[in-house]
Design a protein around this ligand. Structure first.
Ligand SMILES: *Cc1c(COP(=O)(O)O)cnc(C)c1O
Length: 222
């Protein structure tokens, strides 16, 4: 298949490489998750044609409507769920996605573990941490991180790929990225899903292994 370049995607890839090199990291150690939520197949195709294969969606139903057909046309797609998951959607989520970034409570961890066993599938799992301690926000409280990781590993026999955070809107994101990196180190988890369009360079400088970038690639969402 010929690759036709996608200027916004190329620009983001360049920024990722630059941010990684600035702190002596291999650009290949950062996975770009292109967040295609709200965009239809027509908007996603050019990004696939340009060679991008890792995508993020925040709703199971929406992803189910778009991705099976796109996957038929573009082999090797890896789909990441980045939005909240309800346990009654665990079955569909495990069928459709290759990674979940939003494991945010014991009930969801258990439902996903049971579905993976039932379906014989292994997804990459990230635990969402509420680093800002925001009342309305999903996620495990920072001080519960170690106990929750231990529960996932020891009780549910899950392999945990990393931690994930969405910093509060009105705070310096770098503070939260550094905090998430510290928590991951304390519980021996390697992956860090952090950084969005406005701040992925800072996240990479602080160790992000997965950046979730939507509008910088696809344009603003209506
Ligand atoms: C929408 C979304 C993103 C991408 O946001 P942009 O600012 O468009 O890059 C990243 N992470 C999560 C959890 C999201 O819901």
């Amino acid at each position: 298949m010929t690759l036709t370049s996608h200027p916004a995607l190329t620009a983001v890839q360049g920024e990722i490489a630059k941010a990684a090199r600035e702190v002596g990291r291999d650009p290949g150690s950062v996975t770009l998750v292109a967040v295609s939520k709200t965009f239809d197949a027509e908007a996603i195709r050019p990004v696939l044609v340009a060679g991008q294969r890792v995508f993020g969606e925040n709703r199971v139903q929406e992803a189910k409507g778009k991705w099976p057909a796109l996957r038929t046309d573009f082999p090797g797609v890896e789909l990441h769920l980045i939005g909240p998951l309800q346990s009654n959607k665990a079955k569909e989520a495990v069928e459709l996605f290759d990674a979940i970034h939003s494991i945010d409570r014991p009930k969801i961890a258990k439902a996903v573990a049971e579905e993976m066993a039932r379906q014989g599938r292994r997804l990459r799992l990230f635990i969402e941490i509420n680093t800002g301690g925001e009342e309305q926000k999903a996620g495990i409280a920072p001080k519960e991180t170690e106990a929750f990781v231990a529960y996932c590993r020891d009780d549910l026999k899950l392999e945990i790929t990393g931690l994930m955070c969405i910093p509060p809107h009105d705070e310096e994101p770098a503070v939260h990225f550094a905090f998430l990196a510290k928590l991951a180190g304390e519980c021996g988890v390697r992956g860090l899903s952090m950084g969005m369009s406005a701040d992925y360079q800072a996240a990479i400088e602080l160790g992000a292994t997965h950046v979730r970038v939507g509008s910088a690639i696809f344009g603003s969402r209506s």
